[in-house]
Design a protein around this ligand. Structure first.
Ligand SMILES: Nc1ncnc2c1ncn2[C@@H]1O[C@H](COP(=O)(O)OP(=O)(O)O)[C@@H](O)[C@H]1O
Ligand SMILES: [Mg+2]
Length: 249
């Protein structure tokens, strides 16, 4: 059975999209079959992999206008389902549909068997789209920046996860916490990382992704870090993270 992982944090700019892409690329480099799902109307993942404007999108899939297979694109050794701006309307449009939280799960059932990993890049909110990801997933990775207030949103997020577990998806578990944009020279970053580890000793991955400009640059060239700078710190960190993910089941 493959693993379906939702990368979440209701805060924007913490590294969800960057982590989805580069964890996926690192797993694909280890011969795993990987599908990335862009579930954010801002479509950062789609744009960062050079697929802006691709159609059909995850929106068409959620609306039932396209099968998920038709939306899957290839990028290097992995695949992605793109997003686009019309996804922002999906929230309202599917709000009145019975079983509205389960639409993505049902769609993924058609392709689940083809992949070892399906990584879902969530929008920066605890919206119906994110709920769809939490229902479809077996586990979540919380992506955090080691900045002031990093833990602030965690209790709200974990409350939502508990509710989803109780009502919609009893399988869901916290698969890990990824610290990103980490600068160990900064006292605050070290302190925040320590306190996250103290609160969640089992969940935090040993690999903290360092602050590395090549990760941001790669996206502007439509590439993952292994295509853009395979010898960079960013590539090294995401490769190590992928190793940990494979060892943690
Ligand atoms: N480790 C990192 N080092 C430097 N810049 C990063 C790193 N991770 C992400 N970024 C940059 O920070 C910004 C926000 O990251 P992103 O992955 O889009 O966050 P989110 O998806 O949570 O909104 C982007 O411009 C991205 O390129
Ligand atoms: Mg994002």
């Amino acid at each position: 059975m493959g693993r379906i992982i939702a990368l979440v944090n209701q805060k924007g700019g913490v590294g969800k999209t960057t982590s989805t892409i580069n964890i996926g690329a690192a797993l694909a480099a280890r011969k795993k079959k990987v599908l990335l799902v862009d579930l954010d109307p801002q479509a950062s993942l789609t744009i960062a992999l050079g697929a802006k404007g691709a159609a059909p999108t995850v929106y068409d899939v959620l609306k039932g206008r396209a099968g998920i297979g038709a939306a899957v694109l290839a990028h290097g050794a992995y695949r992605l389902v793109p997003s686009g701006p019309d996804l922002s309307g999906a929230e309202l449009e599917i709000a009145s549909v019975a079983g509205r939280e389960c639409i993505l799960k049902e769609a993924l059932e058609a392709v689940e068997k083809d992949y070892d990993f399906i990584l879902i890049d969530c929008p920066p909110s605890l919206s119906l789209l994110t709920l769809n990801a939490l229902v479809a997933a077996g586990e979540i990775f919380v992506i955090l920046q080691t900045e002031f207030l990093a833990l602030e949103g965690m209790s709200q997020l974990l409350d939502t996860v508990d509710l989803v577990k109780k009502r919609l998806n009893s399988q869901l578990r916290l698969g890990g916490i990824v610290a990103t944009q980490h600068d160990k020279r900064k006292g605050l970053h070290r302190e925040v990382l320590e306190s996250i580890k103290k609160h969640f000793p089992q969940a935090v991955f040993k690999t903290a992704v360092r602050n590395a400009v090549a990760l941001a640059e790669a996206a502007s060239f439509g590439r993952d870090i292994f295509e853009y700078r395979p010898k960079s710190a960013g590539a090294e960190d995401y490769a190590n993270l992928a190793k940990e993910i494979l060892n943690r089941r």
